[in-house]
Design a protein. Structure first.
Length: 279
């Protein structure tokens, strides 16, 4: 997947060193975004026991991978490991964290309290991005602890903006629902495309054509929503002629036990699971 070329070079003047813990899909997407926005490879340290091709290739450009020896204090430490591995993976970051270090975590479910216990005294931002970050079209919601300065909040916003839009929450308690809606949300959209294709096949379309129609319809509709000055409700209404084919389908989807009810239950289940992961 290709990401749009970045014209924003807001990280060109990034001071010091950035440490990235975890270079899986999301960590690698952030890494690509930072480089596109002007962060120098020589300023980056990656800690990743199973580095992919991207990270290995970037070592030739000056990125430090799993360095040995004494750790130097970093300007920012970004935590992008799976939440299940956090108890073992996060505390060893302490040598990189000083009084002015920004700690930015994108781990699902792991709270600010957990991070403060793992890295005492740190200025922490907890954020939840989603997988369209891979093409620079994600959205992240962030919240900081009481130690975050205005300049650190700005830096956290710039680091997250490299993978898409950024919103700030007022209460950390909202983060579980954020995770359920936007963090897990791309899976719901992909399931929609999958289900539409299967329904098209059931209606008699050849599988290849049904799949193509479903994928392009979902992708095109998403782009229309992205560019439109009006919201999803108005766009839905614009497609729906009274007594027409769309109205017949929406009668099923919007009826009892339909789409709205199923999504409400699904997001509630994901919210509960996010709370469980917090421990």
């Amino acid at each position: 997947m290709k990401r749009p070329k970045a014209s924003d070079k807001s990280l060109r003047k990034f001071p010091g060193r950035l440490v990235l813990l975890g270079a899986g899909k999301m960590g690698s997407a952030m890494l690509e975004g930072w480089l596109a926005r002007g962060l120098k490879p020589t300023q980056i340290t990656v800690i990743e026991p199973q580095p992919g091709k991207l990270v290995k290739a970037l070592t030739r450009r000056g990125i430090k991978l799993n360095p040995k020896g004494k750790a130097a204090t970093a300007t920012a430490v970004v935590i992008a490991v799976k939440p299940q591995s956090a108890p073992e993976a996060v505390p060893p970051l302490a040598p990189y964290v000083g009084k002015t270090t920004l700690v930015l975590s994108i781990m699902a479910g792991r709270t600010i309290d957990f991070l403060e216990r793992s890295l005492p005294g740190s200025a922490i931002v907890r954020a939840m991005p989603n997988t369209p970050a891979a093409i620079g079209r994600g959205i992240s919601v962030a919240i900081g602890n009481s130690k975050i300065s205005a300049s650190q909040r700005k830096l956290a916003g710039e680091l997250l903006a490299a993978i898409g839009k950024v919103e700030w929450a007022r209460e950390e308690s909202l983060m579980d629902a954020v995770t359920a809606l936007s963090g897990s949300g791309p899976a719901y959209v992909f399931l929609l495309a999958e289900a539409m294709a299967n329904a098209g096949i059931a209606a008699g379309l050849p599988p290849a054509l049904a799949t193509r129609l479903a994928q392009e319809t979902v992708a095109g509709s998403g782009e229309l929503l992205h560019r439109s000055a009006v919201g999803a409700e108005i766009l839905r209404q614009n497609v729906t002629s009274p007594g027409g084919t769309t109205a017949a389908a929406l009668e099923v989807l919007m009826g009892p036990g339909g789409f709205n009810e199923l999504l409400t239950r699904a997001i509630a289940a994901a919210t509960r699971r996010s709370r469980e992961l917090a421990g």
